[in-house]
Design a protein around this ligand. Structure first.
Ligand code: NAX
Ligand code: ADP
Length: 284
């Protein structure tokens, strides 16, 4: 069965809008995103996700990464605060949202942080290596009741379902996302051409996006976007729909300007503010 026959396409009209900011707004009202990632050699993934959280409107962003990556990353995004691994999340602010995975690696520090994350009740986004570690431990890693958004590509989805490779996922994307949600709970996007979404109610697919987005770091931008939306208090299902749509529309905007071959993940990030403005202007 073609998934497009089974799931409806997401439409612009379905997308929630971010609430208007009051004139006396302060940064404490827009959440504090903590991004866990940035193992040696993969600090860029952490920086992309952290910047995306800010670009979506998070009030504060803290990037938690390997100490070796911190000096150059801090120069990359001076607006963020930077914490070294190993980090403990025992005393986070009430408005914290955690996003784990971009360039996290699968070492001991990553395992320790994810074990802690699985017991926290703050809203969370799980991506990349956080999903690979989750696949190793299974659903028992997720001990607490918490809002959780999961963002696997087909390779990660296969690991989460104990399958050999992504071909099995691609052969049955709809049943894969259903199996993922029933195994792990939470809200899901199965990424790729026509990303599939499954949160509350029926599934849908994202009709936007393009093959230019098949480039390193694109998914890290999505992780930050989703965390930034959760941090501003968007309900998880709405954050899932809006985050995936904004990401794909930003990818389309960047590809129109630059061509698919030249598109970098940072170009998707740079297009996000324009897409957010355009979506606002549709809201009459
Ligand atoms: N600048 C950076 O620091 C970057 C770091 N990255 C990190 O690198 C680590 C490894 O992640 P990777 O995703 O590269 O490696 P993975 O081994 O998890 O995934 C790559 C494989 O997944 C399958 N796959 C992915 N998308 C697919 C699709 N649409 N259709 C079919 N199969 C598909 C393919 O088999 C592909 O070879 C993660 O921690 C990630 O965050 C990447 O995000 C790239 C950029
Ligand atoms: N052919 C495509 N059409 C539409 N979107 C795509 C396509 N290829 C990749 N993308 C999008 O780009 C992102 C890639 O994420 P991911 O595979 O995690 O990359 P990375 O690990 O390099 O960050 C996903 O959001 C995915 O939906």
């Amino acid at each position: 069965m073609n998934m497009d026959d089974a799931c409806a396409a997401l439409t612009l009209e379905q997308l929630p809008v971010l609430p208007r900011r009051s004139p006396d707004a302060h940064k404490g009202q827009f959440g504090h995103v903590f991004v866990l990632g940035g193992a040696p050699g993969m600090g860029g993934a952490l920086a992309l996700a952290a910047a995306a959280a800010y670009r979506t409107g998070a009030g504060l962003v803290t990037a938690v990464g390997h100490p070796a990556a911190m000096p150059y990353l801090a120069a990359e995004l001076p607006e963020a605060t930077w914490w070294d691994w190993p980090a403990s999340f025992a005393a986070l602010p009430e408005n914290a949202v955690l996003a784990a995975g971009p360039g996290l690696g699968q070492g001991l520090a990553a395992h320790d942080m994810l074990r802690e994350l699985g017991q926290l009740t703050y809203p969370q986004v799980w991506d990349a290596d956080a999903l690979n570690i989750l696949a190793r431990f299974g659903p028992s890693l997720l001990r607490s009741e918490a809002v959780r958004l999961f963002t696997p590509h087909p390779g990660e989805a296969a690991r989460l379902l104990g399958l050999d490779n992504s071909a099995a996922i691609q052969a049955g994307r709809l049943s894969a996302i259903q199996a993922l949600q029933s195994r792990y709970g939470g809200y899901w996007v199965l990424k790729g051409h026509h990303s599939l979404l499954r949160g509350e109610g029926d599934c849908c697919y994202c009709p936007w996006g393009n093959p230019g987005m098949a480039t390193g770091g694109s998914g890290d931008v999505l992780t930050g976007l989703l965390a930034g939306l959760l941090a501003q208090g968007l309900p998880p299902h709405e954050a899932l729909l809006l985050g995936v749509a904004v990401h794909a529309l930003a990818g389309d905007r960047a590809a129109r300007q630059l061509g698919p071959e030249s598109l970098l993940a940072g170009d998707i990030l740079n297009a996000v503010p324009y897409v957010l403005q355009e979506l606002k202007s549709l809201d009459v």
